[in-house]
Write a protein of this length. Sequence first.
Length: 204
Amino acid sequence: MRALVILIVAAVLGASASTAHAIEVRSGSFVVDLASFTPGATTTPLWVPTVQALVNPGFETGALAPWTTSAWVATGADAFTGSFSAEVVGNEWIRQDFAPIDVSNILLISLYSREPDGAAIQAIDFFYGPNDFDEFLIFPPHDWTAADVTAQLRGTGSLSAIRIWGYSTGGSLPDLTRIDDIVIDVGSTASGPRTWGAVKRLYR
């Protein structure tokens, strides 16, 4: 596995760290100490996909298929748009596989997510083969927020699956994550600021 984002949590591993106040959070294979962590920025792509590579990207069937999962469920309790989203408690994954797409044809990959308890980290994996994937973090806050993750694509290759994680703290909070409106766009028109996908399209 080739990680695109490498986090060194010095506050946890350093000899001078105070473990009494550490707030250890796990998402995917990442471990972060929230007591000494500053979340990265999230973005709002404002994008209208015209060719969506995913099936049931907003879970509006009221079920998860064709997504596969270790623990996620569809819920009508909360949604960014429509009536349904997907949710999980804990550091568990949800994944969708699809026919390989050349990365040069992908204009945008984005999703809306929220972590009501404020963990503010979420791992995402891009698969380029059955066991060949890159894992990186986004930083969802309490409320529904979009993340444009297009820039995490490799420069060459074919994307064949996306896997999205929840998180766990080992504490008393529910560790709840919700996601909605996931987009893998292979032919769209921007309705807001240009993203990396739009810039790539200028050079095709």
